[in-house]
Design a protein around this ligand. Structure first.
Ligand code: SAM
Length: 228
């Protein structure tokens, strides 16, 4: 067993269940306890790799109440893993409070890196070589979303956003209004059966989504100002 006591932040696939590292599979198999955003979803992944592991839920509504229990497990010399539903924990996902508390308590924290939607989309966009901004999910309401987009009018670096199927067309409409002809890239359903990549102005992407499926998960990247 190569997994000593401590806290492990474990990356899992963003869609395709084959996107697991050997190290992630081994670590999931060796930790004593797994904290999972949704134990049912993580259960599907564990089943795929024939891993049987005690799990506890850890999501935005109960994360704070999980801290004491996790510290107690670490004090007892256990190895505790953290996974989210997809990709890297803490990247627009729960875990920040627990990681901070574990660090403050002085226990070792180890990352088992895996895919994350933002870097996967950036690699496909052709942008990002000279840095980028990651802004996570824009606000749900249009006024907040427009305020956020206004901050990027002068931004020279590409800006990466996460968006759900429900608001993708609203986001395109607001980008069109605030950023006009700026090049925009979207990656839909990365690593999954219906993966779709498109680049164009927000108006062109909105027209594309009118005639194609807009179901699923999206990464939207506002192109760099220079258009390079
Ligand atoms: N922790 C995840 C990561 O490392 O990318 C992000 C979790 S966040 C709650 C979920 C959002 O990430 C989705 O709404 C979407 O914007 C983006 N996302 C996750 N998986 C994706 C995929 N396969 N294709 C496109 N976007 C994805």
């Amino acid at each position: 067993m190569d997994t000593p006591p401590g806290f492990y932040v474990i990356g899992t696939p963003i869609g395709n269940l084959e996107d697991m590292t050997y190290r992630a599979v081994r670590t999931l198999g060796e930790v004593d306890l797994l904290l999972a955003e949704d134990t049912r979803k993580t259960g599907i992944l564990l089943q795929r790799y024939e891993i049987h592991k005690p799990m506890r839920s850890c999501h935005e509504f109960n994360e704070a109440s999980r801290v004491a229990g996790v510290i107690a497990e670490l004090e007892a010399g256990k190895a505790v893993g953290l996974v989210s539903d997809a990709g890297m924990p803490l990247i627009s996902d729960p875990g920040a409070r627990i990681v901070s508390a574990v660090r403050e308590a002085g226990f070792p924290i180890t990352a088992i890196p895996g895919p994350t939607a933002l870097t996967t989309a950036l690699s496909l966009s052709g942008w990002g070589g000279d840095g980028f901004v990651f802004a996570g999910f824009p606000p749900n309401k249009s006024a907040g979303r427009r305020r956020l987009l206004t901050e990027f009018v002068e931004e020279k670096r590409p800006v990466v956003l996460y968006e759900s199927t429900h608001r993708i067309q609203k986001l395109m409409a607001d980008i069109q209004e605030i950023l006009g002809e700026r090049s925009v890239f979207f990656a839909r359903e990365l690593t999954k059966k219906f993966e779709t990549l498109q680049m164009g102005t927000a108006a062109e992407l909105a027209a594309f989504l009118d005639t194609h499926s807009s179901k699923g998960e999206f990464v939207v990247i506002l192109g760099p100002l220079s258009g390079k």
